[in-house]
Ligand binder design. Structure first.
Ligand code: SF4
Ligand code: SF4
Length: 139
């Protein structure tokens, strides 16, 4: 996106008010998250594996707990960036601060655990549970 200052030949200055115009991918509008119960049993992890079998789903754990990361862009995100319903956007969008966000550092850097694929979660389960591969007949 070309800013007004660039058009005028001036050096663009990043401030809290202009920062999002530098973020061409509008990263914070391209996913949602949903907290999930802390998984403990093989059944819990098997359920998570089913969730991760679906497209665009990842799972992470951070200091706030376990979360589904649903990588789907918001339908109101404009192709050129920016919100097409800015004046009536949901409260969660209004509360989100760009003070230190994904533009500054990938969110993954703050995760304790990050499963970016079905295979990565399956490998973790196999290490965590000795009977993982026999779980279907464990009952
Ligand atoms: S809040 Fe951060 S990630 Fe979201 S659009 Fe602004 S700079 Fe980009
Ligand atoms: S409603 Fe607007 S601000 Fe909220 S996620 Fe969608 S594009 Fe982003």
């Amino acid at each position: 996106m070309t800013t007004e200052t660039e058009k005028a030949g001036e050096i663009p200055v990043m401030t809290p008010e202009t920062k999002c115009s530098f973020c061409h991918r509008s990263i914070c509008c391209t996913y949602t998250t949903q907290e999930i119960d802390t998984p403990r049993s093989m059944d819990d992890f098997d359920h998570m594996l089913w969730q991760m079998a679906h497209q665009n789903i990842q799972i992470y754990k951070d200091e706030d707990g376990w979360f589904l990361l649903i990588n789907n862009r918001c339908r109101f995100l404009k192709d050129e960036g920016g919100c097409s319903i800015y004046d009536s956007r949901p409260q969660v969008c209004r509360d989100y601060s760009n003070d230190y966000c994904e533009y500054d550092e990938p969110a993954e850097n703050g995760f304790d655990k990050f499963f970016d694929s079905y295979e990565s979660l399956e490998a973790y389960c196999r290490k965590r549970f000795k009977k993982w591969d026999k779980r279907y007949t464990a009952e």
